[in-house]
Design a protein. Structure first.
Length: 298
């Protein structure tokens, strides 16, 4: 079972690592490519925050322009970028064919997970998320660098399709075919009580509310694995027991507003032995199509 990342010798290490491991890697002879993916819906100052302090050697990644294609009602707010565009960006970040990539943010991994998922989808096998992100690094007493890092260009060649995706037509029938469809947005958006950015409030019929932030403690660290197993089992996911060799059989798909925070839930499920598909267009695409139904409430 491929859980999201591998050591150079093929042993599993991901998709999450703790700050002690990340620190050892950053100061090792073969340091990883470190990506700072600070992004928050409605804010545009991630690059400025990065310049004021980031992990040593970290390169800033612009989620809106480098981890997504142009927004449109037909494709959603953060559609998958063209592969050649993503490859050019990854080479600018210094990613080579044999690179380990460490990604982090200051939001519990909920934006950095987009880089984790997208690079994994594009065939980069060794990509890991820093549990606790920037806060974990600072609270561990490690220093930050300021300014901008311009790495030596990489030579990675990307391919598509290494992570599963699901399209709108398949999402529509997944629950009635016995699958689990998780909505990773805040519960009030799922219920349709508020909708700050997308055309219609509510959720895809048959979906279950599973807010991404419920994967985390109040401080932004992952919950313990057993807590996460219990959480997703209660949501209908067929979660294998700890140490079980085989994943569950029920298909699982995850969406959010635009395919960003849902990537975090995909990563968490991968850490539990569950392979979940991402719906890249997510609710921003779904709700823009007036022919597709939207439900409200629980």
């Amino acid at each position: 079972m491929d859980d999201g990342s591998v050591e150079g010798d093929g042993s599993a290490v991901g998709p999450f690592v703790d700050v002690a491991t990340a620190y050892a890697w950053v100061w090792s002879e073969h340091a990883p490519v470190v990506l700072d993916v600070r992004w928050t819906l409605g804010r545009t100052d991630g690059r400025e925050q990065y310049a004021q302090g980031h992990l040593p050697g970290a390169v800033f990644v612009d989620l809106d322009t480098e981890l997504a294609g142009p927004a449109s009602p037909e494709a959603g707010r953060h559609p998958l970028p063209d592969l050649d565009v993503l490859q050019a960006a990854a080479r600018r970040w210094g990613v080579r064919g044999d690179s380990r990539v460490l990604v982090y943010d200051d939001a519990g991994g909920t934006s950095a997970a987009r880089a984790w998922w997208l690079l994994r989808w594009a065939g980069v096998r060794d990509v890991v998320l820093l549990d606790g992100g920037l806060r974990a690094w600072v609270e561990a007493g490690h220093h930050l660098e300021d300014g901008h890092v311009r790495p030596r260009p990489g030579d990675v060649t990307l391919t598509s399709g290494a992570m599963p995706t699901v399209a709108a037509d398949d999402i529509a029938v997944l629950p009635e075919r016995g699958g689990v469809l998780l909505d990773a947005r805040a519960a009030e958006r799922f219920r349709g009580e508020v909708e700050p950015v997308d055309p219609r409030p509510g959720h895809i019929p048959g979906a279950t509310s599973a807010p991404t932030l419920a994967n985390l403690t109040a401080g932004g660290w992952l919950l313990e694995a057993e807590e996460l197993r219990e959480r997703f089992a209660a949501l209908g996911v067929d979660v294998p027991a700890a140490g079980a060799p085989e994943p569950g059989s029920r298909p699982v798909a995850v969406y959010c507003g635009s395919g960003v925070t849902a990537s975090h839930t995909v990563a968490v499920l991968a850490s539990l032995g569950v392979t979940a598909a991402l719906y890249p267009g997510s609710f921003s695409q779904w709700s823009s199509d007036p022919t597709r139904p939207v439900a409200t409430g629980l």
